[in-house]
Design a protein around this ligand. Structure first.
Ligand code: SDX
Length: 396
C-alpha cells in the first residue's frame, strides 16, 4: 500500500523505487502524470504546463505559467561554440548519434549548473535542458540537410519555435500552422514521462553517481535510441513503408505470417509493451491526432495511414496478437503524424528524447532530492566458472 495505490507483494519485490511522478496501470491502460489523466493533459494543457507539473508536482497558475515560460524562452539559445562540435560529425550521422554528443557536451558549457547535489544547479540545468533540446534537435536536422541554423525567436511558443527552427530558412520564413504546432505539442506531452522505462532507469542510475545533470540526460538519450524503446517509432514507420513497398494492404497477410514465424525475427514495431497489456492510452490520443493532422493536410487517403489502421485491426482481432496482449503503443501512430508534419523518420527518436527530457529530469531530481538515496549498485546471481588457477601460457 503506497498512499491510495495498492500493489500485490510480488510486484513490490520487483519495484525499483517509489515515485510520485507517473502512475501506469498496464491492465487498465491508464497513465497519470502527478495524478492527472494523460487524456486531460493532452487535450487541456500545453507541453510547458506539463513540464511545470512534472517538475513541481502541481499545474501552474497563470502567473507561474508566464514566469516559467519566460524562463524557458530566455534559455533557448545554445553557446555558439556548439556549432563547431556539430561540424565534427559527418553530415549523414544519425541524429541520435549527434544528440548523444550534443547533450553530453552541454556539461562543458554550463559550470554554474553542473552540481547535481545543489538544488539551485538542478533548477537551472532543468530549465536549460528543456529550453535547449528543441534548438539542438533542429540544429542536428539542419546540419544533416546542409541548411543554416535558425535561431529561436522569443515571441513564439515553445512548439511553434521548434517548428520554425526546423522548417524556416534565411530565404523563406515559416509561419507555424496551428494544427501542426498543436500536434507536435501533444506529441511532446504524450512522450514526457513514463515511470521507470529503460531510459529513465538509466538516467536515475547514471545520476546516482553524482555526475552532472547534462551527462545523466545524455545517458538517457543513448538508451532511448534502441529500437525496442524510443527507436521504435522510426522502426514502426520504416516497417509500414516496407509493407507498402511489398504491396500494401493486399500483402498484409504475407507480412503478418512473417511476424508470426518465430524464425523470421520480424516484430510488429509499435506494438506490445513491457507494462501495457491493454491499449496504450497514448496510442489512442496519437491516433486521434493522426486523423486531425492528416485531415487538416488533406491527406486522409494517405496509404500509410490506411495500412496502419488495417494492421491495427488485424492485431486487435487475430488470436496470435490477442493472446500475447499486443496492442499499439505510443510509437505506432506518432511516426505517421511526424511524417505528415514533414519531419524525417531519422529525427523521430530525437524528438522523443526532446519530449522525454523533462521526465528524465523530474525523475532524477526526485531521486537526488531524497536524503536516503545512495549510488545505484544492482547485484547479480553469478553462474560462471568456479574458482581455478591460471595455467602457464605454454601449457594452455
Ligand atoms: C516504448 O517501458 C516503457 O514505458 C517504454 C515506452 C516509454 O514511454 O518509455 O513506453 C516507450 O519503448 C514503447 C515500446 C516500443 N517498442 C516497440 O514497439 C518495439 C516492438 N515491441 C517489442 O519489441 C516488445 O513488445 C517490447 C520490447 C516493447 C516488449 O517486449 P516483451 O516484454 O518481450 O513483450 P512481451 O513479453 O509482452 O512478449 C510476449 C510475446 C513474446 O512472444 P512469445 O515468446 O510469448 O511467443 O509477444 C511477442 C514476444 O516475442 N512480442 C511480439 C511483439 N512484442 C512482443 N511479437 C511481434 N511483434 C511485437 N511487437
Amino acid at each position: 500500500q503506497t498512499g491510495k495505490f495498492t500493489y500485490d507483494p510480488g510486484f513490490l519485490s520487483t519495484a525499483a523505487c517509489q515515485s510520485k511522478i507517473t502512475y501506469i496501470d498496464g491492465d487498465k491502460g491508464e497513465l497519470l502524470y502527478r495524478g492527472y489523466p494523460i487524456e486531460q493533459l493532452a487535450t487541456q494543457c500545453d507541453f510547458l504546463e506539463t513540464c511545470y507539473l512534472l517538475l513541481n508536482g502541481e499545474l501552474p497558475n497563470a502567473t507561474q505559467k508566464t514566469e516559467f515560460n519566460g524562463l524557458v524562452t530566455r534559455h533557448t539559445m545554445v553557446n555558439e561554440q556548439m556549432q563547431f562540435f556539430l561540424r565534427g560529425f559527418r553530415r549523414d550521422a544519425h541524429p541520435m548519434a549527434v544528440m548523444t554528443g550534443l547533450v553530453g557536451a552541454l556539461s562543458a558549457f554550463y559550470h554554474d549548473s553542473t552540481d547535481i547535489n545543489n538544488p539551485q544547479h538542478r533548477e537551472i540545468s532543468a530549465i536549460r535542458l528543456i529550453a535547449k533540446m528543441p534548438t539542438l534537435v533542429a540544429m542536428a536536422y539542419k546540419y544533416g540537410i546542409g541548411q543554416p541554423y535558425i535561431y529561436p525567436k522569443n515571441d513564439l511558443s515553445y512548439s511553434a519555435n521548434f517548428m520554425r527552427m526546423m522548417f524556416a530558412t534565411p530565404c523563406e520564413e515559416y509561419v507555424p500552422n496551428d494544427v501542426l504546432t498543436r500536434a507536435i505539442d501533444r506529441i511532446f506531452i504524450l512522450h514526457a514521462d513514463h515511470e521507470q522505462n529503460a531510459s529513465t532507469s538509466t538516467v536515475r542510475l547514471c545520476g546516482s553517481s553524482g555526475t552532472n545533470p547534462f551527462a545523466a540526460i545524455a545517458a538517457g538519450v543513448a538508451c532511448l535510441w534502441g529500437p525496442a524503446h524510443g527507436g521504435a517509432n522510426e522502426a514502426a514507420l520504416n516497417m509500414l513503408e516496407d509493407v507498402q513497398k511489398m504491396g500494401g494492404v493486399e500483402k498484409i497477410g504475407e507480412f503478418i505470417k512473417q511476424v508470426k514465424d518465430k524464425n523470421s525475427n520480424v516484430k510488429l514495431m509499435g506494438f506490445g509493451h513491457r507494462v501495457y497489456k491493454n491499449y496504450d492510452p497514448r496510442a489512442k490520443l496519437m491516433r486521434e491526432t493522426c486523423h486531425e493532422v492528416l485531415g487538416a493536410l488533406g491527406k486522409t487517403n494517405d496509404p500509410i495511414l490506411k495500412l496502419a489502421m488495417e494492421l491495427e485491426k488485424i492485431a486487435l482481432e487475430d488470436e496470435y496478437f490477442v493472446a500475447r496482449k499486443l496492442y499499439p503503443n505510443v510509437d505506432f501512430y506518432s511516426g505517421i503524424v511526424q511524417r505528415a508534419i514533414g519531419i524525417p523518420v531519422s529525427l523521430f527518436t530525437a524528438i522523443f528524447a526532446l519530449a522525454r527530457t523533462v521526465g528524465w529530469i523530474a525523475q532524477l531530481n526526485e531521486m537526488i532530492g531524497d536524503p536516503e538515496y545512495k549510488i545505484g549498485r544492482p547485484r547479480q546471481l553469478y553462474n560462471g566458472a568456479s574458482k581455478r588457477d591460471v595455467v602457464a601460457l605454454d601449457k594452455r
